[in-house]
Design a protein around this ligand. Structure first.
Ligand code: URA
Length: 233
């Protein structure tokens, strides 16, 4: 909602009063004077009039989790434990996932209560780099590197994948960096070569890595990490 609308919706003000308050510089958003009524207000903003709090602003929360295999990337599931079961934080019902990993994929997963942040992160246009360790049933060859780097048509799709980076580690394992996230994308890319993915682990999203975080554990993202998330691209 726009700031002018937020103010004029309060019982004691109308549109004209909102305009005057804005022009007078008496309104603060996150402790900064704001005169622009078009500013988009979110539940996380603290809004004050002459120091009086009109909206306290909810705390935005961001967590990085090391997902084990066997946990579902969902907030509820009838059969399997969910990644939310691993978190021991207040108000965890307000959290949702910023991207998913398959049941048998392990690695870096992000959770938040900020829908705007997670949408930005998962938009196809964000092209945020995500890096995975892949092991396969059959050997991986240079042919894969070539095809993945050009983009390829996945079964039943009409749009080619974005160029992806594949670094061969040994005969049956590789490090793959994608700049998009389609359903079961990696398994389908390897399925093109009739090669089954035996294990998949996400090491990195943007500049975020798991470092020493043990499997099944989580931690809050730091202010620094949030500010620089997109910088590794
Ligand atoms: N691609 C897959 O096939 N599975 C994942 O979990 C992530 C990417």
């Amino acid at each position: 909602m726009r700031l002018d609308r937020f103010i004029s919706n309060l019982p004691r003000f109308n549109r004209q009063a909102a305009r005057l308050l804005l022009a007078s510089g008496r309104l603060q958003v996150d402790h900064q004077v704001v005169r622009d009524g078009c500013l988009q207000i979110r539940e996380f903003h603290c809004i004050q009039l002459d120091g009086e709090v009109l909206q306290a602003g909810k705390a935005a929360r961001f967590y990085l989790l090391h997902k084990p295999r066997g946990y579902v990337s969902a907030t509820r599931h009838p059969q399997h434990p969910t990644v939310l079961d691993l978190l021991d934080v207040a108000d965890k019902d307000e959290l949702h996932l910023a991207g998913r990993l398959d049941l048998n994929t392990s690695g870096l997963l992000l959770l938040t209560n900020d829908g705007h942040w997670s949408r930005q992160l998962t938009l196809p246009a964000s092209h945020l780099a995500k890096t995975y360790l892949v092991t396969t049933a059959e050997p991986i060859t240079g042919e894969y590197v070539e095809l993945f780097s050009h983009g390829m048509l996945l079964a039943n799709e009409t749009r080619a994948t974005l160029p992806a980076g594949l670094e061969l580690l040994d005969s049956h394992s590789a490090r793959l960096t994608l700049y998009e996230g389609r359903h079961h994308q990696i398994k389908r890319m390897f399925a093109h070569f009739h090669n089954k993915v035996m294990s998949l682990h996400r090491e990195r999203i943007g500049n975020l890595t798991l470092d020493d975080l043990p499997c099944g554990h989580w931690r809050p993202l730091t202010v620094q990490e949030l500010a620089t998330l997109h910088q590794s691209q």
